[in-house]
Design a protein around this ligand. Structure first.
Ligand code: ADP
Ligand code: ADP
Length: 227
């Protein structure tokens, strides 16, 4: 589903991502782990072309993303970051509806989709549909962030340390929710964390980055039992 072929990105004098080759299979829950500064965010931002690699090729569904229009990329992937970045002056419904609306979905379909997503993320529609972000807890805001990323039914969901700012209980609940959502939707997920416990809970496969290099890639047990 996503293929990196010898991908390199430099921020002189640093090499943030150094010759990474990696294939994420369709439907997989792949976790990228590594210490701060190891290149995780840079790798993720290259998938949706917020950052353009200096060398190498990234393919999504076999297509070189350099050849895709930004709208086509946006349609294929949702993106969730640590500080959700909800629009503060928009309701929950309007926040979630952003991408489907941009893509020209009919109003009734968007409204149904928002209802389904509020259900999926366990947010009571009567309470939250017309609420504003500042009226929500951090965990609830992050649920809306996930709903917004899933709204246009993307094939790929990119999540960059999405739960790192949450308390442990809220974080545990959202991790369980992500496992359920992954099972229910079959979305290909790439999830960045620096927390091995989180990686072991969520991943089908774990990719370990260090100083911009991919040093291990395999199922959780394999990663755990190597030095
Ligand atoms: P991680 O997500 O693993 O913490 P990043 O991908 O954010 O790592 O960063 C990798 C390296 O690239 C770090 O040394 C970081 O300081 C550097 N870096 C990232 N973005 C930029 C940028 N826009 N300009 C300069 N250096 C950057
Ligand atoms: P996050 O930590 O959420 O991934 P960023 O990707 O913005 O946030 O930053 C990751 C790392 O890259 C940090 O260490 C930050 O200092 C570094 N970085 C980001 N942008 C720049 C920049 N323009 N110049 C230098 N370093 C940067």
């Amino acid at each position: 589903m996503i293929t990196f072929e010898r991908v390199t990105k430099r921020f002189e004098p640093w090499t943030a991502v150094d010759g990474v080759s990696l294939t994420v299979e369709a439907g997989e829950f792949c976790v990228l782990i590594g210490p701060s500064g190891s290149g995780k965010s840079t790798l993720m931002k290259m998938v949706n072309r917020l950052i353009v690699p200096d060398e190498g090729t990234i393919r999504v569904g076999g297509e070189d993303i350099a050849m895709l229009r930004p709208e086509d990329l946006r349609r294929r992937m949702g993106y969730v970051i640590q500080n959700v970045g909800l629009f503060p002056h928009w309701t929950v419904e309007r926040n979630i509806a952003t991408v489907p609306t941009l893509l020209g979905w009919p109003k009734a379909r968007v409204r149904d989709r928002v209802s389904d997503l509020l259900d999926l993320l366990k947010l009571d529609a009567r309470r939250f549909r017309d609420a504003y972000p500042h009226q929500l807890s951090g965990g609830q805001q992050q649920r809306v962030g996930v709903a917004r990323a899933l709204a246009a039914e993307p094939a790929i969901l990119l999540m960059d340390e999405p739960f790192s700012a949450l308390d442990p209980i809220t974080r545990g609940a959202l991790q369980a929710e992500m496992t359920a959502i992954h099972k229910a939707t079959g979305t290909t997920i790439v999830f960045v964390t620096h927390d091995m416990d989180e990686a072991l809970k969520l991943a089908n496969r774990i990719a370990v980055l260090d100083h911009g290099r991919l040093i291990q890639f395999g199922p959780p047990l394999e990663i755990l039992h190597r030095p």
